[in-house]
Design a protein around this ligand. Structure first.
Ligand SMILES: Cc1ncc(COP(=O)(O)O)c(C=O)c1O
Length: 398
């Protein structure tokens, strides 16, 4: 979301000049301009996916990922308590039943907690790669394979991250990225579902456009192999998304340099550690994820950061809409109209969940958004300011 310029404007103008803002058909007028297709090809190239399908948001990409993976009404899906709420909503919207398991210091579901949450009704796992980092994939894939579960990856926050060379979104059957305004690359609003499975791709392609098969040049005469709805992306959004995607490798490189610099300085302070990155070479480094010894210390550091006017951080434990402690509407199942889960019955009592890993890790976590546009001096100043706040809060002599 940091870099915009002439390249974005050129792509948007291409679309405006033809006036065809719809991604399909209108072959005679569009002068062979297909920005959504180009956007998809760009994302597929970046992450190494066989198929990429662009839709209206990361939330609808997660929904398409669920549907395309065959997850539906009454299926139990293991989910994390630390994610953007869209993940849980996507599970609920397809009629499936979220089962919360615990996370560890990777900020993602742990293999052990997934194993413990499995029941005879478990269909799959929706693994969320949080804060630009990736989960512990080898251990998790062992559980997925042992129990023949379907893996869906919500990589809304971690496009471009990888583990041992394989990108987020491509470990499971389907994966989803967000291109909302706050992500490493933005389309304004948008999302992309990726998969290496042709059938899953076809299902997502049809599901996101009222079931259309997109064969031929006469939309009115198309077949509808499945039911669907409208989660289409517009050509204007896709035009921005495609340029932004091209910028990602450079952003990741800069982010990583800044993150290493911050970690080197702050890691020297007693009591400071960082969220675990199972493969540090695959970090997208959109966040510096700082861990303090306990929740009380984290609270004191936040107070010192605020007092010193240091901004640009998230304390998910209380401030942000990414942690189960803030999800009263889900715990009390407050819905405008009944969801399938209210007919099936929830698989867990969401008000009495015991998730000690999540409570401890998220209580201790402060995440600083990293900006690729920072200079080395700006990074050094931030490290100094954050370090001073930590020292003050923990009463360590500077
Ligand atoms: C993990 C995760 N999944 C899904 C989404 C939803 O993406 P969008 O805002 O594009 O709908 C987000 C957005 O913050 C996210 O962080």
């Amino acid at each position: 979301m940091e870099f915009f310029g002439a390249l974005e404007r050129t792509e948007i103008n291409d679309v405006l000049e033809t006036g065809i803002l719809f991604r399909y058909n209108h072959e005679a007028q569009r002068n062979n301009i297909y920005k959504a297709r180009e956007f998809e090809a760009e994302v597929a190239k970046l992450v190494g996916a066989k198929y990429a399908h662009a839709v209206s948001s990361g939330s609808t990409a997660a929904l398409c990922a669920m549907v395309a993976a065959g997850i539906g009404a009454g299926d139990e899906v293991i989910v994390p308590p630390f994610t953007y709420i869209a993940t849980i909503e996507a599970v609920l919207m397809v009629g499936a039943l979220p089962v919360f398991a615990d996370i560890d210091e990777t900020l993602c579901l742990s293999a052990d907690s997934i194993r413990r949450a499995i029941t005879p009704r478990t269909k799959g796992v929706c693994l969320v790669h949080m804060c630009g980092q990736m989960a512990d994939m080898e251990a998790i894939m062992a559980v997925i394979d042992d129990h023949k579960l379907v893996l869906v990856e919500d990589a809304g926050q971690a496009m471009g991250a990888s583990y041992k060379g394989v990108s987020t979104g491509l470990w499971g059957k389907t994966g989803a990225y967000s291109f909302d305004f706050f992500k490493i690359a933005t389309a304004g609003e948008g999302g992309v579902m990726v998969t290496n499975d042709e059938q899953a791709y076809k299902h997502a392609d049809s599901f996101s456009d009222h079931g259309h098969d997109h064969i031929g040049t006469n939309r009115g005469m198309e077949q509808h192999p499945i039911l669907g709805f409208n989660y289409r992306i517009s050509e204007l959004h896709a035009a921005v998304g495609l340029v932004q995607t091209r910028r990602v490798p450079d952003i990741i490189e800069k982010n990583n340099a800044h993150k290493k610099q911050l970690m080197a300085t702050l890691g020297a302070i007693p009591g400071v550690s960082f969220a675990r990155i199972p493969d540090p070479d695959g970090d997208s480094a959109t966040f510096l994820n700082l861990l303090l010894p306990d929740t009380q210390t984290a609270g004191r550091v936040i107070a010192e950061l605020n007092a010193a006017g240091v901004g640009g951080f998230n304390y998910w434990f209380t401030n942000m809409y990414h942690f189960i402690n803030q999800w009263d509407h889900i715990k009390q199942m407050r819905t405008a109209s009944a969801l399938p889960i209210e007919k099936f019955g929830a698989p867990q009592d969401y008000t009495t969940l015991d998730l000690p890993g999540a409570q401890s890790v998220i209580g201790r976590l402060i995440s600083f958004g990293i900006r690729a546009s920072w200079t080395t001096e700006e990074v050094a100043t931030l490290a100094e300011n954050v370090g001073a706040a930590i020292r003050k809060a923990t009463l360590i002599e500077a």
